[in-house]
Unconditional design. Structure first.
Lengths: 349, 385, 165
């Protein structure tokens, strides 16, 4: 296996509504920033891969316009996944492992504001038996939260604590959207949104874009003072039918974490759009009390769909570059109730 | 360096205008199960699944890999979903191969499909997006002006497209899976068919199909245990260029030329016309055959049409093209690219039945998408490179 | 009374999603110019090519574009096709001609309709002019230009525009 590291990461400020710039205009500055910060000349980047969704954008082939932000001339080796950018990172990492490239630019973009995000994500469900029920992601998350509360010692208080801590930590993240100091008791006094979830247990609706450069061996060492080496990366999917899963556990996260070698972690960026999901993921990855979770504020502070997963990995790299972690973990999720999960373990030397 | 990767199983559905006899799950499983049987394996033997398809609006399901996880035996495994427009069938095969070549997995199942009848592909393609110029003339209307430009540049005879269509449609009669089979097809029928987007006629155009294609890709040690002859992947390549920029040659795109050059170099091929035994290339409108023959360096610029005229690209020619009947005969958009890659793999494996090219040892598979801007290609051979 | 129950073979589930589209900064400026009856492109600082419609960046160089350059209203047909088949969402009488038109001053063709001309008379190199909707109807939209029609100027030789094909 080749040594591959994250050498740069750039993101837009996540906002409730980016309605001045379109996707290409959002991407150009982050792509430029990621390339510049990487120290690798643009023409030497060996592979490009992006993650985005047509349904989110409201048009077919929406990723095609993003190619305009790359200056793809002479022609480039480029691919795209209709998934969160974290999986585009995986494809790029594989490409480098094959020896087809020594460096790659990964990017993702997603604007949830233009459409009806809850209704749109409902279309991820089995169209014959689930989608017609109109079970949108908040309702499904609520089912999962109920399953967790009933089967464990966790309570709504712990969920509120996750929410409060995330938004307080987000104050020091200039790219976060929802930040501030919230009192846990006051949060618990709020009415339910979709029981047992309250508004604070749910993610904000966000628009955002990110870009990241990874590189192998000496290309990484020459590019970055402190490359964030990818020591392990793995992803797994579970059954789609919710009745076939124990919603209070994330077996795919546990398996991916095991395969990725998720031990001795100092900082973990977990893609948990709902507060109870952080508790589930923490347990799946066996993260002890000494692990700092989501110093960026996580998905409860900013949740640009298709982007938030890659952002977690970028923020894990940030923790290494800031000197706050020697080993950091970035996690991404996709699908209803944590159906699919990716774990990336980073290490600074 | 990279591990060897081989195709040991190929499966596809009977492609048709509407496969109302199966759900989306049934459609993908029809192809997947055939590929697994061909490979002598079961779902349990597979380490990872890679799916590819074109826009989700064609079926009305967002990110269908999530719902397909159970049907494709993917629970507990890694699963990816690739989307690179029309070239997606090819890109998906390349991503699947890279998992083997990277040494990460031993056996990968890859499936591509389209079930356009469940939503409405024509609607999804032409929905008017605000602030953007509408599709002035539909998909055919986008490519027809480029074909006219090729005709002018090359001086190709006007019936070149008809000859290509005739060849592909006759080939389709030998392919049990093809969607469009016209048993009495002849030159006049095609020439007299309605002109849709001048210069493209109805019978020179691809259909819109429901269908799926699957392959099982494995590493060397698993290939040795395969019940049938493997097709070894010699090289893969992908190239992209922007949709529109000043001076862009859309008739002979640079990305296609570069992709092919890089591919041949990796595969150790210096004279593609001589060294390659057969091709399956993405021809949705018949005139693309001569255009791609030039783009892919099989013929010098402006001479691609001569290959058609000489019968070089016929099933019994010296470089048969689209022995399966090609995209002109079956076009489940998400799968069409993989069908090219899979059909050529089957040629090398000797599994192409009635449309087999005898003694084919090296084959070329090609897919393209978007405004002739996304290209994915591979070369397979009967021995590891 | 017994009824034979047929297995369910298919279901129809209507779905409806609404989206608020954002044109972006460059397209907004372009459409505001269209509202004034002007076709205004942008020049790339690196390759100096003029793009129309203006999209805020040069796709070839990957840099943001700012400088505005007015183009047209006349242009040259670089290539075309005659459409004889109806398409979903396109409401025109058949046959109609769709063409790539290189507006004077632009470095990239623009896809548009040709009318007031027999389809058989359309040719590569033909000179055309934009036909606008009545001024009172102008809004921030491409549709201010209804179509292009031939003008009485000699055809442009193939050599002079073939690089734009």
């Amino acid at each position: 296996m080749r040594d591959v590291a994250v050498v740069s990461f750039a993101q837009t400020k996540n906002v409730r509504r980016e309605n001045r710039r379109n996707e290409v205009e959002m991407l150009i500055p982050v792509v430029q920033e990621a390339v510049e910060k990487s120290g690798i000349p643009k023409q030497e980047i060996g592979f490009y891969c992006s993650g985005s969704s047509d349904y989110l954008a409201g048009q077919s082939f929406s990723f095609v316009m993003a190619v305009d932000s790359l200056g793809a001339w002479p022609p480039i080796a480029e691919s795209h996944v209709e998934m969160d950018g974290a999986w585009a990172l995986y494809e790029a990492w594989i490409k480098i492992q094959c020896g087809e490239a020594d460096s790659a630019l990964i990017f993702s973009f997603g604007r949830s504001s233009p459409g009806m995000i809850r209704e749109t994500l409902t279309l991820q469900l089995d169209p014959y038996t689930l989608a017609p029920l109109g079970a949108d992601p908040v309702c499904l998350a609520a089912l999962q939260a109920r399953a967790l509360l009933e089967s464990s010692d966790y309570s709504e208080r712990e969920m509120a604590e996750v929410a409060a801590r995330s938004r307080a930590d987000a104050k020091s993240n200039p790219y976060a959207q929802l930040t501030g100091d919230f009192d846990v008791d006051e949060l618990l006094a709020e009415p339910y949104f979709v029981s047992p979830l309250r508004k604070h247990d749910c993610p904000p609706i966000s628009d955002g874009a990110t870009a990241m450069v990874i590189a192998a061996d000496d290309v990484a060492r020459n590019a970055s003072k402190r490359p964030a080496w990818i020591r392990g990366i793995d992803h797994r999917v579970e059954s789609h039918q919710l009745g076939l899963r124990d919603l209070a556990q994330s077996t795919s996260t546990a398996l991916a974490g095991e395969k990725a070698g998720a031990v001795d972690i100092d900082v973990a960026e977990l893609h948990a759009p709902f507060s109870h999901q952080e508790l589930i993921l923490r347990d799946a990855l066996k993260l002890g009390d000494g692990v700092k979770i989501n110093p960026s504020g996580g998905a409860l502070a900013a949740n640009s769909v298709m982007v938030a997963g890659l952002t977690r990995i970028g923020e894990a790299a940030n923790a290494i570059w800031n000197g706050n972690a020697r080993r950091a973990l970035g996690h991404a999720t996709s699908g209803p109730c944590l159906q699919q999960n990716l774990v990336c373990v980073l290490e600074g030397e | 360096m990279a591990e060897h990767c081989a195709v040991i199983g190929v499966g596809q559905t009977k492609h048709d205008a509407k496969r109302i006899d199966v759900s989306q799950f049934g459609l993908v499983r029809e192809a997947a199960e055939r590929a697994l049987e061909d490979a002598g394996l079961t779902y349990a033997d597979i380490d990872a699944v890679v799916i590819g398809k074109a826009p989700d609006m064609f079926e009305g399901v967002m990110m269908p890999e999530l719902m397909l996880a159970d049907s494709l035996g993917a629970a507990g495994k890694p699963m990816l979903r690739v989307h690179t427009a029309g070239s997606v069938g090819g890109s998906t095969a390349i991503v699947a191969a890279s998992l083997i070549q990277a040494g990460v997995h031993d056996r990968v199942l890859t499936v591509t499909y389209e079930k356009q009848s469940e939503s409405n592909a024509m609607w999804a393609l032409s929905v008017k997006v605000p602030f953007q110029q509408g599709m002035v003339a539909g998909a055919g209307g986008y490519f027809a002006p480029l074909i006219r430009a090729y005709m002018k540049r090359s001086g190709a005879p006007e019936d070149t497209g008809i000859r290509v269509a005739l060849k592909d449609r006759l080939n389709a009669l030998k392919n049990p899976y093809a969607h469009l089979k016209l048993p009495d097809i002849d030159f006049d029928q095609i020439a007299n068919s309605p002109m849709l987007w001048d210069p493209i006629r109805y019978l020179e155009t691809c259909p819109s199909s429901d269908g799926a294609c699957a392959m099982v890709l494995v590493n060397s040690s698993a290939a040795k245990k395969a019940p049938k002859k493997p097709a070894w992947i010699h090289a893969t390549a992908m190239r992209t260029e922007p949709t529109m920029f000043s001076g862009r040659d859309q008739v002979n795109p640079q990305a296609g030329q570069d992709c092919a050059r890089v591919l041949y170099k990796k595969a150790g091929i210096s004279d593609p016309r001589k060294e390659i035994d057969c091709c399956e290339i993405y021809v949705p409108f018949s005139w693309f055959e001569p255009m791609w023959m030039e783009n892919l360096h099989f013929a010098p610029e402006s001479e691609g049409w001569k290959m058609t005229y000489e019968g070089a690209t016929a099933l019994d020619g010296d470089l048969p093209v689209n022995m399966s009947g090609g995209v002109l005969s079956s076009n489940p958009i998400g799968a069409s690219g993989m069908l090219r890659f899979a059909e050529v793999a089957n040629q090398i494996r000797g599994e192409a039945g009635e449309h087999q090219v005898d003694g084919a040892k090296k084959g070329f598979g090609h897919a393209y998408g978007g405004g002739s801007q996304f290209f994915s290609m591979w070369i397979v051979g009967d021995q590891p490179l | 009374m017994s009824e034979e129950k047929q297995p369910v073979k298919s279901i129809v589930t209507p779905s409806r999603l609404e989206y608020d589209f954002t044109p972006g900064i460059a397209t907004t400026r372009f459409l505001r110019h269209m509202q004034e009856g002007r076709i205004v492109g942008q020049r790339c600082t690196k390759c100096a090519k003029v793009y129309i419609p203006a999209r805020g960046s040069c796709p070839r160089c990957g840099v943001a574009t700012e400088e505005e350059v007015e183009v047209g209203p006349n242009g040259t047909v670089t290539t075309f096709c005659v459409v004889r088949v109806p398409s979903e969402n396109i409401d025109l009488t058949l046959p109609y001609t769709a063409a790539h038109i290189l507006l004077d001053g632009a470095d990239i063709p623009f896809f548009a309709l040709i009318q007031e001309c027999d389809a058989a008379d359309v040719r590569m190199g033909m000179r055309v002019e934009a036909v606008w909707a009545p001024e009172a109807e102008w809004g921030p939209t491409f549709e201010n230009i209804r179509y292009f029609r031939p003008i009485d100027e000699p055809d442009v030789p193939f050599e002079d525009f073939k690089e734009h094909l």
